[in-house]
Ligand binder design. Structure first.
Ligand SMILES: Cc1cc2nc3c(=O)[nH]c(=O)nc-3n(C[C@H](O)[C@H](O)[C@H](O)COP(=O)(O)OP(=O)(O)OC[C@H]3O[C@@H](n4cnc5c(N)ncnc54)[C@H](O)[C@@H]3O)c2cc1C
Length: 395
């Protein structure tokens, strides 16, 4: 299989195929350092943690991952805890940076000695309607071609695989939000052991962490807000204004070591397959980060794809390949709905009036006082059950 992209989707897929004895070549246009250093997701669902452990790549996660059995929702100056583990029969989320996940997977790939090309130039794909597609690219000054049975488009939202599908073959569903997230990493010990989602009159804020010494915080801003507009002092003033609760809880202030603004969108391209090209992860769908689902959806897509490949190579059966898109999209749409709901319940829209804000507060009041509502959030936040057993994917 030819795999375009060495993000979480491409690297996980490559290792799953390896464990099933299926050859793959991974082609990535960025450098190894760039791919590892990119600061992105940090919340792993229970199923993603179980998958990494079952694949034998969970050592770093077990050593440094922070298991969270609850989270806080904060509004009107008070924090309300939702006990994820108690409401879901013991499931939890684990905070472990996406860059750590990617580093562990690159190490695992390197140990298998299977091909992984970084800094590939002019990557292209062709022959998608044939039985022998080709990935073309330049590397080290020479042209290369990978002739494969299938191509996995794991090259993210801005990659080349989805745009290689002929016009009219895909239906795109999209919502662009009128806000973005200003995210910072700060050298400050987390002042809470669990995430705090805050709905404030001045906009959404999220308290999170990466390690016992590093805090990760987000503020709702305009989607195109220049980061230069925000001095470090202004960021801390706004964080404290939105997050400080009546009981005196607030984030610990520290040196800001990274800051950026990310716009937010919901996006699905369907079907997730065209001929012998299979889209997985962000190349097929994007969620606003409020529900922490992006990386987790990439993991669930490639588990479905790995099972389909195993069934094809072991038994010559194409039925799982044919079902790939429908199987993935069922989970994708539930994650889209959850991410949209979390986003619209916690953020302040520019066209929002007093009625809308009171409705949000009522929603949050209900959420934090009804066991049924808390259970609904908890089971979606820790991750809905997978449609694919690890056993059926060769684990
Ligand atoms: C700024 C940012 C912040 C985020 N924060 C969160 C968060 O807090 N929580 C959460 O759950 N999710 C978050 N996400 C989403 C999450 O990071 C993604 O869902 C996840 O990375 C998806 O993995 P992927 O492998 O599908 O795509 P990617 O991680 O995008 O990987 C795609 C890979 O393909 C490579 N590539 C692109 N084009 C080519 C090409 N032409 N040829 C070869 N290779 C190519 C890219 O360099 C990249 O390495 C965030 C995303 C962004 C962009």
């Amino acid at each position: 299989m030819g795999i375009v992209g060495a993000g979480p989707a491409g690297l996980l897929l490559g290792h799953l195929l390896h464990l099933n004895g299926i050859d793959s070549v991974i082609v990535e246009n960025r450098s190894r350092e760039y791919v590892i250093d990119r600061v992105r997701a940090g919340v792993l669902e229970q199923g993603t943690v179980d998958l990494l452990n079952a694949m034998g790549v969970g050592a770093g996660l077990q050593r440094a991952g922070l298991r969270h059995e609850g989270l806080y929702v904060s509004f009107r100056g008070s924090r309300h805890r939702i006990d994820l583990a108690e409401l879901t029969g013991g499931k939890a989320i684990t905070v472990y940076g996406q860059n750590e996940v990617v580093r562990d997977l690159i190490d695992a790939r390197t140990a298998t000695q299977r091909p992984l090309y970084f800094e590939a130039d002019r990557v292209s794909i062709g022959g998608l309607d044939s039985s022998s597609p080709i990935i073309g690219f330049r590397h080290g000054g020479a042209g290369h071609e990978v002739h494969c049975d299938f191509v996995a488009g794991c090259d993210g939202f801005h990659g080349i695989c989805r745009p290689s599908i002929p016009d009219g073959a895909l239906t795109v569903y999209e919502r662009v939000y009128p806000f973005g997230w200003l995210g910072i990493l700060a050298e400050a010990p987390p002042s809470s052991d669990e995430l705090v989602y805050t709905c404030h009159e001045r906009g959404f804020a999220l308290f999170s962490m990466r390690s016992p010494r590093v805090t990760r915080l987000y503020l709702q801003t305009l989607p195109d807000e220049p980061i230069e507009n925000w001095s470090d002092d202004a960021i801390w003033d706004e964080m404290l204004e939105r997050m400080t609760t009546r009981d005196g809880w607030r984030p610990t202030v520290g040196r800001i070591i990274q800051k950026s603004v990310t716009p937010m969108r919901s996006f699905v391209a369907a079907p997730m397959r065209h001929g012998c090209l299979f889209l997985a992860g962000d190349s097929a769908h994007i969620v606003p980060p409020t529900g922490a689902k992006g990386l987790n959806l990439a993991a669930s897509d490639v588990l479905v794809l790995a099972r389909a490949m195993k069934v094809y190579y072991e038994h010559g059966r194409r039925d799982r390949l044919d079902q790939y898109s429908d199987t993935c999209l069922r989970r994708v749409w539930k994650a889209q709905r959850f991410s949209w709901w979390m986003t619209s319940t916690l953020h302040r829209s520019p066209d929002q009036n007093g009625f809308d804000h009171q409705r949000q507060i009522a929603d949050l009041d209900y959420l934090t006082s009804s066991r049924a509502a808390m259970t609904s959030l908890a089971e979606q936040y820790v991750g809905l059950p997978s449609e694919v057993s690890f056993d059926s994917a060769g684990l």
